[in-house]
Design a protein around this ligand. Structure first.
Ligand code: SAM
Length: 652
């Protein structure tokens, strides 16, 4: 779905929607009306004081100017429940442009801090899920850009209270649909409340039909009536489509062990630590990020498909999430740089693809645009040989420094041990280490790249390695001029600490760790093809090249593996019928997983964009929070997918 910004008519300080011919909020008493209609009648203040230890999950239809969010977040901050978080989920079909949003938010100076936090991270008009954090991560906003019913159908969450905003049913009948009400029922639990400014019959009947107890109440000011209510039971439960991807129930644990100290393990440790979970991170080497995450610099950008795909959605969501995260944790850009990335069209085929991508307008212009070689040369500050795409918000990151940042948290302790075997007994995972010691905790996450299938519980995971060598050389005053990351057949980043890092080779067979001159030559050749001046300078000193070899851990479908670890034999037995009929509808079939065992691996060379969002996903799964990615994307990275594919193909 392509997202267009809202077309706003400004009537003095009050935004009016051209698409719906309706107002966003009451121009005289906007705050009072929203407070009354959504927060007071829904008893949100009471909810905050009642649920002191849990997360509070509020979901809204129609984010608009974010006024309801501001009111809720500011009330939550006043109550400041110690150990809980506010999770605010909203959906928007026509997001305000950043400038319209800024104009709207300026009229409420009392919310200045919150408003600025939103504006800093406000997503580009791109369909899908956008998660970002505010106020030391205690407030999380999940903004879904798209249609309400469709977006909520992709969500996995249990909501405490609904704000049914969205323009009046008479002006916007499509939104107030049975499909939306069904999704609301699926996402509600007994005692979930709702409130809405309208008392329209289709809303009252629609919500009753799906299991809400609906009551009328006096509306704000001169408005006669509005609706409030409570969820009782789901009258129209939806059949489970793919039972093999159902996630096991989970409750926030006290302690978690993580095996593997690369980007995947470190980001997962941080996501859990921020939720108050104690994490033991176990790494066999004497420092973090020694494998695929250990290069001095990595390009932070997403190679986007012409038409949106599940993989493209993961990469784009992950990229946008990583950029916002980096802006928040390292605003001075000490271990990353938002210097822009160019993806050069080094063949006619790639140029045609890039032209197509721009013509189809799948992505906002602020995210990516096509530029000529001259324009790119100007941006890069050195001659660039090809036309290509430019991503101004992309850049490079030092993965090792990012890992160090992730583990720098009082809830994380790093232990150097080589894990040999896993066993589960009496509610605990027990890890036997090479030194003969044992470690134990209720929950375990396996994040050790291609070694993730060394354990009997996970030996079915199809992981492969792709060898890559980067070349590293000193930048001199004569050549230290590159201003942005350049990706052609290889990539190079601007010099960091007076060093250029470029490469990398891509070798599906190679297993050797040594640095080879042949690989240096190959890296130089790729560099020469795109950046002639920089190449001329660096090639003259090719004997001084240093290098680093690492193994990217990848999977057959090039998607990472993130989620609960299935018990392979049980899966084969439960879903055996798929061998005969891939469309078989299973009644009451339950997927069996190893208790509290999760996997996060297979990020290939895209860990900078897929690890932070995957870490959020896993931590949310484990702590029973709303999931930050759409269901179809989560299914596409589910560790059980390979067993199911094999059953369908009858190869297992
Ligand atoms: N809650 C908002 C606030 O606090 O400013 C005001 C919301 S405004 C009255 C209604 C919003 O619903 C508009 O921004 C509109 O674009 C959005 N909307 C309308 N139909 C929608 C749909 N089908 N899916 C998602 N959003 C929709």
């Amino acid at each position: 779905m392509k997202i267009s910004n809202a077309i706003i008519d400004w009537k003095a300080k009050s935004p009016h929607s051209n698409q719906y011919e309706d107002i966003y909020f009451n121009p005289e008493e906007g705050i009072e009306e929203s407070l009354y209609t959504f927060l007071e009648t829904n008893m949100i203040g009471g909810l905050f004081s009642k649920i002191r230890q849990q997360n509070i999950i509020i979901a809204e239809t129609g984010f608009g100017t974010g006024l309801n969010f501001l009111l809720t977040a500011s009330l939550w901050l006043q109550n400041s429940p110690q150990k809980s978080k506010l999770k605010y989920i909203s959906v928007e079909k026509f997001p305000l442009s950043s400038s319209d949003l800024q104009k709207a938010l300026e009229q409420w100076p009392e919310f200045k801090e919150l408003s600025q936090a939103i504006l800093k991270q406000y997503p580009l008009p791109q369909a899908g899920f956008h998660t970002f954090k505010i106020n030391h991560s205690n407030i999380e906003l999940l903004l879904m850009f798209g249609d309400a019913a469709e977006s909520y159908s992709r969500l996995n969450a249990k909501v405490d209270a609904w704000y049914l905003d969205g323009f009046a049913p008479s002006k916007n009948p499509d939104m107030w649909s049975p499909a939306l009400f069904r999704e609301m029922a699926r996402l509600s639990k007994p005692d979930t409340t709702f409130s809405t400014f309208t008392a329209a019959g289709i809303v009252k009947r629609g919500l009753r039909d799906v299991g809400f107890d609906v009551r009328k109440q006096k509306g704000f000011g001169r408005k006669r009536e509005m609706l409030v209510g409570t969820f009782v039971e789901n009258k129209a439960p939806k059949a489970i489509d793919k039972p093999w991807f159902e996630l096991p129930a989970s409750k926030k644990p006290e302690e978690v062990m993580i095996v593997g100290g690369g980007l995947s393990g470190c980001s997962t440790a941080r996501a859990l630590a921020e939720r108050g979970v104690k994490v033991t991170l176990i790494e066999q080497e004497n420092q973090l990020a020694t494998g695929g995450s250990g290069n001095p610099q990595g390009a932070l950008y997403a190679k986007l498909p012409v038409k949106q795909t599940t993989q493209g959605e993961l990469h784009l969501s992950g990229f946008l999430y990583s950029v916002n995260m980096l802006k928040r944790i390292d605003p001075e850009e000490s271990f990353w740089s938002q210097c822009g990335v160019m993806q050069l069209a080094t063949s006619d085929k790639e140029l045609a693809r890039q032209n197509n991508l721009i013509e189809q307008e799948t992505y906002p212009q602020e995210l990516v645009s096509l530029k000529s070689a001259e324009e790119l040369s100007e941006i890069a500050n050195t001659a660039v040989n090809f036309d290509g795409l430019f991503f101004p918000s992309a850049g490079w990151v030092s993965p090792r420094a990012l890992c160090d940042h992730f583990v720098d948290h009082p809830n994380i302790s790093v232990v150097q041990q080589q894990v040999e075997e896993l066993s589960f007994a009496e509610g605990h995972w027990r890890l036997a280490t090479q030194s003969g010691e044992f470690l134990s905790a209720s929950h375990l996450i396996i994040c050790n790249a291609e070694m993730a299938n060394q354990f009997s519980q996970t030996d079915h995971l199809p992981l492969k390695t792709i060898r890559g060598q980067v070349s590293i050389t000193q930048a001199k005053p004569t050549n230290n001029k590159l201003n942005s990351v350049v990706c052609g057949d290889g990539y190079i980043s601007p010099a960091q600490n007076q060093q250029y890092c470029f490469g990398a080779t891509y070798d599906l067979q190679g297993k050797e760790r040594n640095i080879t001159q042949e690989d240096h030559e190959s890296n130089l050749e790729k560099l020469g093809k795109v950046l002639p001046d920089i190449h001329a300078d660096l090639a003259s000193e090719s004997n001084d090249l240093q290098g680093r070899t690492a193994f990217r851990c990848s999977t057959p479908d090039y998607m990472p593996i993130v989620g609960p670890a299935p018990v392979q034999d049980e899966f084969i037995e439960t879903f055996a019928q798929l061998r005969k009929d891939r469309k078989w509808r299973f009644e009451n079939a339950e997927a069996e997983h190893h208790p509290n065992l999760y996997v996060n691996t297979g990020h290939g060379s895209k860990g900078l964009i897929t690890c932070p969002i995957s870490a959020e996903l896993l931590a949310s799964m484990i702590c029973d929070e709303p999931l930050p990615l759409p269901k179809d994307v989560i299914d596409a990275i589910n560790p059980a997918r390979f067993i199911i594919k094999k059953l369908i193909k009858q190869t297992i």
